[in-house]
Design a protein around this ligand. Structure first.
Ligand SMILES: NC(=O)C1=CN([C@@H]2O[C@H](COP(=O)(O)OP(=O)(O)OC[C@H]3O[C@@H](n4cnc5c(N)ncnc54)[C@H](O)[C@@H]3O)[C@@H](O)[C@H]2O)[C@@H](O)CC1
Ligand SMILES: Nc1ncnc2c1ncn2[C@@H]1O[C@H](COP(=O)(O)OP(=O)(O)O)[C@@H](O)[C@H]1O
Ligand SMILES: [K+]
Length: 504
């Protein structure tokens, strides 16, 4: 159930289902019935207004109107468009509706206790203007609960963008699978809780649709999660190296090291400039500290292949020295996580970085926030008209050859092969200094352990993003970055029970 279907993929799922013998009208009846149920569950007053559009989204609305009227609600349909132009299943559903139909006008919403928004769904294909826009604005101004059919009207299902104006729904009922626009911002903020209902589309159609976008969660990577094994030992759980910055900026690397250790890496070593050795050593217990200055010493340090994952960037400084260290790490056999200054150091001239990534086979994960993303992938943003964060992350992954974790409330992880995950579990108080450093360390911690479990860079980055959000939510408001690694054991307790294979 974790697949996310863009509108074109969803209409393919519909088409395959209909071709296999289920009439489109049956799907529409099931969809409308689910919308009616959701409306009843909101327990509004008796007066329901269905705002219906010219396509099949409106068709779902006509079905819901009929079923609600049959249950004794006082229902009125407001049609945005000409009744004479309705076609296909929507026409058939309209013909079964015997109640009042009013021409669309904002004033027509005056007397109602709940609104069913069936104006536009997957078929929205241009910015909303004129009367439809006035209706959306009137729905939002009305202040009564709104049940959105499939998507809040005006939200682009593929991108989450507001196409001019969009309904703010109380809840949303969608069909078969969620759409990217339910998770990506701003779309998610318009949906309220999203119910996914079965309308008779069999999961088997997914084999043909081949979705590549997923809601992030254990269903995506649980099978490859590196659970500690009885016969394991600390060396089998991987060894993360976190490269520290200079004397005044060691905190970021220490946060990353703590994140790596709590994520389960068997060993974590900070590779520290000599000037910062004392402070790094004083600030660490289980984390080891070794003197490593500059790219040459880092290269030497990484010749030990047991050191199998490296984090570079947090507090590391921007410039030629950082670029050298990054290219050195990419020249090793270790998995590499590049964050913060490691990314900014290549802003404006990313080609040497991308070439080094493409020349290796071990995993590389880049973890930019929006500022770092636009600095590093400037050309991409300028040359191509990128429509969404999802598309931007995918293009960045394809261009760089790395897994790209594009941070934010709707973190997207994209792999060069086109797969992508979207997270919706990060609470807003995760936006606090240093939380990204912990995340970089957690990714490396999973990469270090994950090799023999077949955990890829895409899975490690997705898992870390999800765990990061769960840890923040488990700690609760008031969170600071230091709390994240300490909240991880509680998250692991639940996760391990969930993903552990059943006893033989
Ligand atoms: N058999 C199916 O395909 C099923 C479809 N379902 C429903 O059908 C919906 C998709 O139906 P459609 O593809 O007909 O699309 P929609 O009903 O979402 O919208 C398409 C209509 O809106 C018009 N339109 C699009 N953008 C506009 C804009 N900005 N301003 C003015 N008019 C605009 C189009 O010209 C077209 O007439 C789904 O969201 C879902 O609610 C469900 O009934 C399940 C089964
Ligand atoms: N509004 C938000 N809601 C949820 N998570 C957020 C929000 N804003 C940022 N985050 C998350 O917080 C973390 C911040 O990382 P980053 O920007 O690198 O900060 P720092 O460099 O201080 O560590 C990222 O994991 C990001 O996804
Ligand atoms: K809608």
């Amino acid at each position: 159930m974790n697949e996310l279907l863009a509108p074109v993929e969803m209409s393919e799922a519909d088409r395959l289902t209909i071709a296999a013998g289920t009439p489109g009208l049956t799907l529409m009846e099931n969809a409308g019935a689910a919308v009616a149920e959701a409306t009843v569950a909101l327990a509004p007053g008796q007066r329901v207004t269905v705002v219906a559009g010219p396509g099949n989204n409106g068709g779902d609305g006509f079905v819901a109107a009929r079923l609600l009227a049959e249950r004794g609600y006082s229902v009125k349909v407001i049609l945005v468009g000409e009744a004479s132009r309705l076609k296909g299943d929507a026409r058939a559903a309209f013909d079964r509706w015997r109640g009042p139909v009013e021409a669309a006008a904002p004033e027509a919403l005056a007397a109602c206790d709940v609104i069913v928004d069936a104006l536009f769904g997957a078929g929205l294909d241009r910015p909303v203007e004129g009367l439809p826009r006035a209706m959306i604005e009137a729905i939002n101004a009305r202040g009564v609960p709104v049940v959105a059919v499939d998507l809040p009207s005006g939200i682009n299902g593929a991108t989450g963008a507001v196409m001019g104006a969009a309904v703010k729904a109380t809840r949303t009922v969608t069909f078969f699978r969620r759409k990217p626009g339910h998770l990506l911002l701003p779309g998610r903020l318009h949906c309220g809780p999203v119910a996914v209902v079965d309308i008779g589309i069999p999961a088997s159609v997914l084999a043909s649709v081949q979705p590549k976008t997923f809601a992030n969660g254990p269903a995506l990577w649980g099978l490859h999660f590196p659970l500690p094994r009885i016969e394991g030992h600390k060396y089998s759980r991987g060894h993360v190296v976190v490269v520290s910055g200079g004397l005044s900026t060691t905190g970021a690397a220490r946060l990353a090291a703590r994140g790596a250790l709590r994520a389960g890496a068997g060993l974590v070593t900070m590779a520290s400039p000599r000037e910062a050795l004392a402070i790094n050593a004083a600030g660490s217990l289980a984390v080891m500290v070794r003197p490593v200055d500059g790219a040459l010493e880092l290269a030497e340090f990484l010749t030990d292949h047991r050191r199998n994952a490296v984090v570079l960037g947090p507090g590391g400084g921007v410039g030629a020295a950082m670029r050298d260290q990054v290219l050195t790490a990419l020249g090793s056999e270790a998995a590499v996580v590049l964050d913060a200054d490691a990314l900014t150091s290549f802003a404006g001239e990313p080609e040497p970085l991308f070439a080094a990534i493409r020349a290796r086979s071990a995993a590389v994960v880049l973890t930019p926030h929006e500022g770092e993303f636009s600095r590093l992938f400037k050309l991409l943003y300028k040359d191509l008209k990128v429509k969404s964060k999802l598309e931007a992350a995918r293009m960045a992954a394809a261009a760089s050859g790395a897994v790209v974790l594009f941070k934010g409330p709707d973190t997207v992880v994209a792999a060069p092969d086109g797969r992508a995950s979207v997270s919706d579990n990060a609470p807003p108080y995760l936006a606090t200094a240093g939380s990204g450093d912990v995340l970089a360390g957690m990714i490396a911690g999973l990469l270090a352990q994950g090799q023999e479990f077949g955990m890829t860079g895409f899975e490690a980055a997705s898992a870390a993003a999800w765990l990061h959000g769960e840890a923040a939510a488990a700690f609760g408001p008031g969170l600071i970055a230091e709390d994240l690694p300490e909240a991880l054991p509680g998250v692991y307790r639940t996760l391990f029970a969930q993903v552990a294979p059943p006893p033989p």
